[in-house]
Design a protein around this ligand. Sequence first.
Ligand SMILES: NC(=O)C1=CN([C@@H]2O[C@H](COP(=O)(O)OP(=O)(O)OC[C@H]3O[C@@H](n4cnc5c(N)ncnc54)[C@H](OP(=O)(O)O)[C@@H]3O)[C@@H](O)[C@H]2O)C=CC1
Ligand SMILES: O=C([O-])CC(=O)C(=O)O
Length: 270
Amino acid sequence: MTGELTVAIGGLGAIGGHLARALDAGVEGLRLVAVAARDPEKAQRSIEGFRAPPAIVSLPDLAEHADIVVEAAPAAVFEQIAEAAIARGRIFVPSSVGALLPRMHLVARARETGARIVVPTGALLGLDAVRAAAEGRVESVTIQTRKPPRGLEGAPYLIEHGINVLGITEPTIVFKGNAFDAAKGFPANVNVAAALALAGIGPERTMVEIWGDPTVTRNTHTIQVEAEAARLTMTIENVPSEENPRTGRITPLSILACLRGLTSTLKVGS
Ligand SMILES: NC(=O)C1=CN([C@@H]2O[C@H](COP(=O)(O)OP(=O)(O)OC[C@H]3O[C@@H](n4cnc5c(N)ncnc54)[C@H](OP(=O)(O)O)[C@@H]3O)[C@@H](O)[C@H]2O)C=CC1
Ligand SMILES: O=C([O-])CC(=O)C(=O)O
């Protein structure tokens, strides 16, 4: 153990709610001290029965309370959480990773304030191997995402292009392009592509395919990396969470594992 770190969470939905409950149940070296959500009364109900109820605060105030600020809210409010956490020199752990891509100035700002931005693997897999490969020469990185159509509903790219995903009756490719454009067009759907881009060769060179696929029940991501040191092919099939079908159940678990890695004496994986 390297000492206790306090944690604040912005958002108490599929990710934040699960994470808050897990931290309150007890995780060595981590203590939940503050949460924020849109509706404070709903937030109060979410933390009812907690052993040590955290303070309910506003999004920017999370950073005043804790060493680690976890963002688990819609991409639209990402900046409110991120800017305050980084200005205050905290460890900032984003879930809405797609929202970080057009805001890379936050990394430069963190360098000035002493903050850290720790991107969890989230709903993806294998970012340790991608990072290792990217220490050498990488030819290409691609990710193919297949989701049940309702998991893509409402994405700005689909609305702009008049694509009705709910009408899809067979596997259909709805987007092909780089990770930067994917994150812009699907801000609530392809955080995994953004994390992959940051782990490897950047958002311009990381190529993304998004499929609406009525034959799958899980959010399925397949990564292919062609590098000098290795060829990687990896697939993860995520069970959608009950609270939000866009979000795989593994996501809060990955963030919890990431937070443990910030305090644990034994840490496995790069
Ligand atoms: N990195 C990854 O691998 C993954 C990332 N994600 C991303 O993580 C983020 C969170 O996902 P998820 O937990 O499923 O989302 P949910 O929709 O389940 O929960 C969102 C939470 O944010 C709160 N919220 C909404 N608007 C505001 C606001 N204006 N101010 C304060 N709080 C607000 C909601 O509060 P209330 O309940 O009061 O409305 C709710 O508690 C999303 O951006 C999602 O795309 C998702 C899956 C994987
Ligand atoms: O697979 C998931 O659960 C979520 C997802 O695609 C993402 O946010 O990128």
